[in-house]
Design a protein around this ligand. Structure first.
Ligand code: TXA
Ligand code: MG
Length: 315
């Protein structure tokens, strides 16, 4: 029988070599990271970056994150500062993205940054993306591997759902450990969270011993305001549904899983809830429900990021 998933590969030396060659020649590959799967291309190649935008149907005004193997490899492209050094030491490699000023001699092509003079950089920790970054001599521009405005993928099959065979290589790296995207923090001025994520604002504030900026007058991250993280059916916050075609997403000990009730974490563990969030929404859509109703999820720590994604999904 023909294998319909013939572009999904397990990770081994052979696929490492094939992927590095593909990326070096300006091609695109979908790769696992510890947050969500990404759609990777050479951040120094205008042609490769153009392909990423086209595949995702992403507005050109929404800049991409550039992924590096370590601090040294990013030093030619961005201007580091003391906040960066502190946070890098504590959290990298890991689920945090830094916005820094771009160096004038930076090799990052301007379609990566939507012509901004800043760059989002990240140092992922998943072993697959780490080995690929170690084997290339360029960084990878890599947005989440989903069609623009849709849910981020947390396993190889999710990527296949959105792109089918339009990507030559999808590497299967198992379920993403965290299941939602990295925290994005702007370090070009007083540190400010642009996208809540795995590492909470509270934790960063404590560590830096500094209040983070709450200035919302300047919109620095164009892609962050629009509808996003949509499962493709309406999402609303509310109470238990009465209609059988509604699915209910809940959190905590009070709720049992039934055929239309999906508990993100029976242990009321926000980390577990984050890891289950996109997976659960995809499952609900596939089961044919017409609407998702969400019960309250605590608005503290990682709950802030979960609520952020759900609020955007409900727009
Ligand atoms: O966990 C993650 O961050 C995943 C994995 C694949 O690394 N990537 C990811 O990329 O979520 P993406 O493209 O889906 O989201 C990147 C976010 C966007 O909201 C974008 O607007 C923002 O980062 N961004 C990128 N460059 C920026 C810049 N120079 N200034 C402000 N925001 C920026
Ligand atoms: Mg995304």
């Amino acid at each position: 029988m023909k294998n319909i998933y013939s572009n999904i590969y397990p990770f081994n030396k052979e696929i490492l070599k094939k992927t590095v060659k593909l990326l070096t020649e300006g091609g695109i590959a979908a790769l696992p990271t510890e947050t969500v799967y990404g759609l990777a291309g050479n951040a120094y190649s205008r042609k490769a970056v153009k392909k990423i935008f086209k595949l995702k149907k992403r507005p050109k005004s929404n800049p991409l994150i550039v992924h590096y193997k370590n601090k040294k490899s990013a030093s030619g492209d961005v201007i580091f500062n003391k906040f960066f050094y502190f946070l890098y030491k504590k959290y990298c490699p890991g689920p945090i993205t830094f916005i820094l000023k771009k160096k004038s001699k930076s090799k990052i092509v301007d379609n990566v940054t939507a012509k901004l003079n800043t760059v989002a950089i990240r140092f992922p920790s998943h072993k697959v993306i780490k080995s690929i970054l170690k084997s290339t001599n360029f960084p990878l521009a890599m947005p989440s591997a989903n069609l623009s405005s849709r849910l981020s993928p947390v396993e190889a099959l999710d990527v296949f759902d959105d792109f089918k065979k339009r990507i030559n290589v999808i590497i299967d790296g198992g379920n993403s450990k965290f299941g939602i995207e990295s925290t994005v923090i702007d370090l070009t001025e007083k540190p400010k969270i642009l996208r809540p994520g795995i590492i909470s604002a509270k934790e960063i504030r404590k560590y830096l011993k500094l209040n983070l900026s709450k200035n919302i007058s300047k919109i620095k991250s164009p892609g962050m305001l629009k509808k996003h993280y949509s499962p493709g059916i309406p999402v609303i916050f509310g109470r238990r549904p009465l209609k059988p075609y509604h699915a209910y997403i809940v959190f905590g000990k009070r709720y049992k899983n039934t055929n239309n009730c999906f508990n993100l974490s029976k242990n009321a563990d926000l980390k577990e809830a984050a890891a289950n969030l996109y997976k659960t929404m995809r499952k609900i859509k596939k089961k044919g429900f017409k609407k998702i109703v969400i019960s309250k999820i605590p608005k503290s720590g990682l709950g802030i990021a979960i609520n952020d994604r759900l609020t955007k999904a409900s727009k």
